[in-house]
Design a protein around this ligand. Structure first.
Ligand code: AMP
Ligand code: FES
Ligand code: ZN
Length: 300
């Protein structure tokens, strides 16, 4: 196969674009997809102070490299979850990457915050992933607001986003559907959140890291086995294989034609929010979810 742009030998085939690219042209393709996502959705500008959430995995590192090369003002935040089997490796990959690309990086230790994930896991019978996700989102938001960042960027890709959309549609979850998309505007107590990689698949970010020499963390979280998203991703992969382009048309079709019917509900939900009496961050409950987890741990 020949490269669609320069006719050299292609290294990456992209059936959904009916194209294949050599390593150099693939990077151009990747950058254009990121630029298109930023431009089409007005994600941010050169004036913004952007915090990228860095897990150490391929997506968030690929995103940071792109934003840095495009000249945006970025810094990284890594949340160290204190999971013995994977956190040390993840943190090291983030620190090495940020050193190479001269990106300022901040680390938040969940051990020091009295929220180590393994301790939480011991005390609950449900999978710990949803509590872990809640803690991460809380600290992304809080750190961004307390340190003057105007935007929080995560490495969610097309596979993450379509699996989430599929799951939300299966449950017809109105409030999650109203919030789903590449941008969630800032509201009282919440920083603006963006997902500039939503047009790129996991396969594409993995290839990008391989081609650009980004050394990312492969060690999976030991608690994530059997998550329902993994199953939805495999269903959508089969669909994409049979019908190339299905994922992006499902997602963009939702954004263009369906999201507005769910988004109208946002205002109604916001009125229920008030500051958590312990940490002052918004919650619709008596005490916010993260303060409740901390209280559960300190109760022993
Ligand atoms: P995941 O939920 O693990 O698929 O991660 C989605 C995105 O959340 C990643 O691309 C990162 O931007 C961010 N993220 C996940 N885990 C962490 C972490 N421990 N520290 C900082 N950012 C993270
Ligand atoms: Fe949070 Fe696995 S990364 S439970
Ligand atoms: Zn709180």
């Amino acid at each position: 196969m020949k490269c669609t742009r320069c006719r050299a030998v292609a290294a990456v085939a992209l059936p959904r674009h009916n194209a294949g690219f050599c390593p150099d042209c693939f990077q151009v393709f990747f950058t254009r997809q990121v630029e298109k996502a930023i431009k089409d959705n007005l994600l941010f500008s050169k004036e913004d102070k952007i915090l990228t959430a860095l897990s150490g995995g391929k997506d968030s590192l690929a995103l940071s490299r792109e934003l840095k090369l495009l000249g945006y003002d970025i810094a990284g935040l890594h949340v160290d979850l204190a999971i013995p089997e994977s956190s040390v490796q993840a943190r090291e990959h983030v620190l090495n990457f940020c050193k190479i690309f001269e990106i300022p990086v901040h680390i938040l230790d969940m051990d020091k915050e009295c929220l180590p994930i393994p301790e939480i896991k011991k005390r609950i019978s449900r999978p710990v992933c949803s509590m872990c996700g809640r803690i991460k989102r809380y600290y992304f938001n809080r750190f961004a607001l307390e340190n003057g960042f105007t935007v929080l960027a995560t490495g969610h890709n097309l596979d993450d986003e379509t699996a989430r959309l599929f799951s939300n549609v299966l449950r017809w979850d109105q409030s999650y559907l109203g919030d789903q998309g590449p941008v969630l505007e800032a509201r009282q107590g919440f920083v603006r959140k963006v997902k500039p990689l939503y047009r790129l698949s996991e396969y594409e970010t993995a290839n990008y890291c391989f081609i650009t020499g980004i050394n990312y963390c492969y060690t999976p979280c030991p608690y994530s086995k059997g998550a329902s998203f993994t199953y939805y991703k495999s269903i959508l992969d089969d669909l994409e294989h049979e019908q190339p382009g299905r994922k992006i048309s499902f997602y963009e079709g939702f954004l263009r034609r369906a999201k507005k019917y769910f988004a109208e509900r946002e205002d109604g939900r916001d009125t229920n929010l008030k500051p958590c009496p312990r940490c002052s961050y918004p919650t619709s409950a008596e005490i916010c979810g993260v303060c409740r987890i901390r209280a559960m741990l300190s109760a022993g």
